[in-house]
Design a protein around this ligand. Sequence first.
Ligand code: SF4
Ligand code: SF4
Length: 414
Amino acid sequence: MKQTKIPLSVKQLIELDGCARCELCREFCSLYALLNENPHPLKFPTSTVAVIKQFRSILRDQFGLKAKLLRSKPKIKEKLWMLADALFLYCTTCGRCKVVCPLGIDTWSLLNSVREYFMNNFTSQYPTHCVIDFISNTINTTIQNSGNIFNVSNASRHDWALYTGADIQVKDNAKVVYFVGCVSSYQGRAQDIAHAITAILNSVGEDWTLLKDEWCCGHPLTISGAGNKAKSIAEHNLRMIRDVGAKMVITGCPGCYLALKHEYPKILGKPVEFEVLHFTELLNIYLNEGKLKPIKLDGKVTYHDPCELGRLGGVLNEPRRIINTFTNGLLEPYGSGMDGICCGSGGLIKATNPSLADLLAIKRLDMLMETKSKLILSACPTCVQSLSKVAMDKNKELRVIDLAELVAQQLGLI
Ligand code: SF4
Ligand code: SF4
């Protein structure tokens, strides 16, 4: 079996070895609890600690003393398949396990590195495994060939403005780039969020533009263990941003936010030359500058923290300030802030395991509904879509909208 380099840093190898198997990460994993409540075909217990145990066992089989002495490696096919299931079918990459580990193990990065090891080493041996086929062919090839995750013409990336009536700007030079992302560019419900963001940018007289040829940010490649393929994508997007001379890039999508702000510097080995803000952070700047004249919504609302914006991106206070400025107050649900719980669309499970994704969305919506608010807010096009879909079946009066939509509606812009 051909082996390549293990893509783990020294810190991660120490973390892998140092895991105390206390199983706190498992207790805190919302997906693990959900799997225990519902029948599922997985024999292998999921969660970070299970991945760590299994991965250590595979490494021992591959590189341990016995493998060296006998010069033969045990068959590890079954172990690998179970590891693939746990990594790609039963983990939302929500990072909830990361904040509880008493040893401070960065489980989010560790799981991504194990995914990378898996994709680099074993995809050619197991091409028929449904998840591997999906990730290596559908996700990776699609993004690299089409420039987006939906395998449609990238030339139609601005068409959302035609459908929503948004007044967009596509200029040669601008201070701010609005990086829309694949979901808000191509998916119906999420296009309304892009419309709201552009309406606010126009209303404050911002000097902004869309990119003439935006590509997928590459974040789906990073979380599918194919981060090495994101380099050319990052270089293309950075070239486009540089061409317009932007000093700031804003995103409405937390995945794009993580990619531009944290992943591009790692991929390219140097910092990006502009500031990266989530749109909620820009709204806070506008509030500080007195550019928005808040009109309060009558009633209290609840807020769903997107995992990639709150826990993983560190943007927790800005959405709350916007809510307290534009409504009569926030009702915090169970699992908020750093304890936020995935909406069901995290990682790639919406595509690899859609029934489980819906179950998680229903469970999350139930928690949000316990606040008795009829308006649920979030700050992520994917979370809004995921929760909206299950909300329709639960309660016809329930509305799930993005913070950008709340602000644009209260300002009378949409
Ligand atoms: S919480 Fe940390 S130390 Fe405990 S089992 Fe999980 S990864 Fe290992
Ligand atoms: S990242 Fe989330 S879903 Fe994955 S093991 Fe950790 S807590 Fe569970």
